[in-house]
Unconditional design. Sequence first.
Length: 86
Amino acid sequence: MARVIVHCPRCQSAQVCRHGQNPKGYDRFCRRVFQITDSYEARKPGIKEQITEMAFNGAGVSDTARTLNVGINTVIRTLKNSRHDE
């Protein structure tokens, strides 16, 4: 088994220990319970830019959600908030 050095994302402490698994099987770590990898596609870098780009190219909300493997509400929320970011 490979050993991974983990630092807490909040306090950058190296004193974290494994705290079981979440229901999807990803490892959790204690002190502050966090996961090393995100299971949500919408949190990956570049997804919000792809959503707005697909909207400019005429793709519908359902098509965008299905193509990028994110929820319809995520697409709608991203498009609503993109107006405020300009």
